[in-house]
Design a protein around this ligand. Structure first.
Ligand SMILES: *[C@@H]1O[C@H](CO)[C@@H](O)[C@H](O)[C@H]1NC(C)=O
Ligand SMILES: *[C@@H]1O[C@H](CO)[C@@H](O)[C@H](O)[C@H]1NC(C)=O
Ligand SMILES: *[C@@H]1O[C@H](CO)[C@@H](O)[C@H](O)[C@H]1NC(C)=O
Ligand SMILES: *[C@@H]1O[C@H](CO)[C@@H](O)[C@H](O)[C@H]1NC(C)=O
Ligand SMILES: *[C@@H]1O[C@H](CO)[C@@H](O)[C@H](O)[C@H]1NC(C)=O
Ligand SMILES: *[C@@H]1O[C@H](CO)[C@@H](O)[C@H](O)[C@H]1NC(C)=O
Length: 538
């Protein structure tokens, strides 16, 4: 052992003296065949990014090699985590073979899997780049000093923006509609399942501020089974005007909105807010069907909240290559929708960014890297792969902006109305659609004059009710006036100083590309759309 270390030190000395850079060996660790995170789904993204970068920068990347460690099978997240120690033995052997190289691990594993592998990576002092895992505990630098996460969807940012939105419009009584976690359909909607828990904890935890009512529905109800949605919606309607929808698929979200329309909930009194995993927001929602526009009015009461989608147009060639590689090397033909997979794009981003960091290192710097120092090279930095800007925060986790989309009646598309720039100092950029509300001049009120079920206005002629109504109307008017005065002062008072700007102030100087309006594609209402796939927009 001592002899090995001595030999290694000697070699490093020789290598660095002679100006040669240490070779780099990239090991991709993939457990299982999940349709989104598994071997066949993920590998083409890594392959294409690797050959693309090596093609563009052959000389600085000439000594970078790679290999994949893969366990076939269908595993749940916890099963995959249990397999990791066995895989670690294999990785350990590879690290031994490549002991004179600088080794890097990449894993598309779920959080639990990456946490287990992260413990080994710490002991080996080897960097571990995670494509999908998002658990906040991975930011614990004592336990995971070599881990960097790249997931393109970040729940914390969605929760933060949701709370900001609620505060911005003084919405405090909120309905949350989720799929029943006890009846969860395996391997579907992990994003929405964890998001439901996250929103419940975050909003429910602030009882002095928010009054949260959670409503569950059976995830096994058929999409298109309109009646099944009505009871959930009616329940929510009697308790709140602001309803958060955590719905696994776009066709089902569309069904919810169509039912809200049938129940008269889309006239402007209610607002529906739907956090989405990164995807083409309106994919499969069938807003327009020829000249018949079934969802036009329903969708005006909907806001979509999501982390930015990749720039699909810029990725056109990359996606074609991914499709080719998938077919030729992995015997899987991708449909148009499967080709537009945000998680595969994350794989492309991880590999591209890793090779960028490697080629920026001088031979001398490369030779002294270890897992801990290498991780530092990613922190507080924005990278610009073809797909979209990628910012890695000070804790080694990717931090994503958040976009809000609303329906534009003229174009018939869901278009970006607000951009929450988490990276650029938590500012907000608003667009024209931001101030457009269905059937009214401003956002829906938190609580109607007559109460959620009209209980305050019952028996319209009864004296007490009239008095109550008069009192509540004048109180409401006073309150509105007070809010106006407060806002007026707030805006006037702040306009002078830049640093004290409210979040939603326009900051046109920020360097951020405004996303183009997204196109949509109609699917039959039975077409199941994976939450990670997107419609063609080229
Ligand atoms: C790659 O390795 C070869 C042989 O060891 C060496 O001559 C060359 O300089 C290395 N290239 C880089 C970019 O480090
Ligand atoms: C479009 O609407 C027509 C009639 O309104 C209906 O028959 C047809 O099935 C719809 N198309 C789709 C794809 O849903
Ligand atoms: C994909 O394969 C087709 C047919 O084999 C080829 O014409 C095309 O150039 C390939 N595209 C890319 C981006 O590799
Ligand atoms: C490729 O996949 C098809 C099914 O999609 C299968 O029938 C065929 O045997 C596979 N070919 C190889 C070489 O694995
Ligand atoms: C990243 O920024 C934080 C503060 O935002 C700072 O404490 C930390 O040292 C920075 N890390 C690196 C590697 O630049
Ligand atoms: C809606 O779309 C139309 C046509 O694309 C565009 O001219 C208009 O500015 C959009 N409206 C808003 C409020 O963004």
């Amino acid at each position: 052992m001592v002899r090995q270390i001595g030999l290694r030190a000697l070699l490093i000395l020789i290598v660095s003296r002679s100006g040669f850079s240490k070779a780099v060996h990239v090991i991709t660790v993939i457990i299982g065949d999940s349709p989104t995170m598994g071997y066949v789904a993920q590998s083409p993204g890594y392959d294409v990014a690797f050959s693309r970068e090596v093609g563009l920068f052959p000389s600085p990347l000439q000594n970078v090699t790679r290999q994949t460690v893969y366990r076939p099978g269908a595993f749940s997240c916890s099963e995959a985590a249990e397999i990791i120690p066995f895989v670690a033995v294999e990785i350990s052997n590879i690290l031994d073979e490549h002991r004179f190289d600088f080794n890097v691990l990449i894993s598309p594993g779920c959080s639990l899997e990456v946490m287990t592998l992260g413990d080994f990576a710490r002991e080996w002092n080897v960097p571990l780049l995670a494509t999908v895992a998002i658990d906040q505990s991975l930011s614990n630098v004592q336990r995971y000093p070599t881990v960097v996460t790249f997931a393109s969807s970040e729940q914390m940012s969605l929760i933060r923006v949701m709370m900001f939105l609620l505060d911005r419009f003084s919405w405090t009584t909120i309905g949350l509609i989720c799929e029943d976690p006890n009846l969860k359909v395996p391997d579907r909607g992990v994003f929405y399942f964890t998001a439901c828990r996250g929103f419940r904890t975050a909003l429910g935890g602030q009882k002095h501020k928010y009054n949260l009512n959670v409503h569950y529905f059976d995830p096994k109800i058929k999409e298109g089974d309109l009646d099944a949605y009505s009871s959930v919606l009616r329940n929510a309607a009697t308790q709140s005007r602001v309803i958060i929808l955590l719905i696994t698929t776009n066709p089902r979200l569309r069904d919810f909105m169509m039912n809200a329309e049938r129940l008269g909930m889309t006239e402007g009194d209610y607002i529906f807010i739907a956090p989405r995993s990164p995807l083409l927001p309106t994919e499969g929602m069938q807003i327009r069907n020829g000249s018949h526009r079934p969802a036009d009015s329903a969708f005006q009461s909907l806001m979509l909240v999501y982390n930015p989608n990749p720039n699909w147009a810029a990725l056109h060639e990359v996606l074609q290559s991914i499709r080719n590689v998938s077919e030729v090397r992995y015997n899987k033909s991708l449909t148009n929708i499967e080709m537009l997979n945000d998680i595969t794009v994350s794989a492309f981003e991880v590999m591209t960014i890793l090779l960028k960091v490697i080629r920026d290192l001088s031979p001398l710097d490369m030779n002294v890297q270890n897992g801990i120092t290498f991780r530092q090279l990613f922190l507080n930095r924005t990278f610009n792969p073809l797909s979209r800007p990628v910012y890695i925060g000070p804790k080694g986790m990717r931090i994503c902006d958040v976009h809000i989309s609303k329906f534009n009646v003229t174009s018939g598309l869901m278009e970006v109305s607000d951009e929450y720039l988490s990276v650029a100092g938590n500012s907000v950029r608003t667009h024209a659609l931001s101030t457009v509300w269905r059937g009214r001049d401003g956002p829906p009120v938190n609580r109607p004059f007559c109460g959620y079920t009209g209980e305050l206005c019952l028996g319209g002629l009864a004296k007490t009710a009239v008095i109550t109504l008069a009192v509540s109307i004048s109180t409401a008017l006073l309150a509105t006036l007070a809010i106006f005065i407060a806002m007026y002062h707030c805006i006037l008072g702040r306009s002078g100083h830049g640093s004290g700007r409210p979040w939603w102030d326009l900051q046109p100087d920020l360097l951020f590309v405004t996303p183009k309006p997204t196109a949509w594609k109609s699917l039959s209402s039975h077409g199941e759309v994976s939450t990670n796939s997107l419609g063609p927009v080229f």
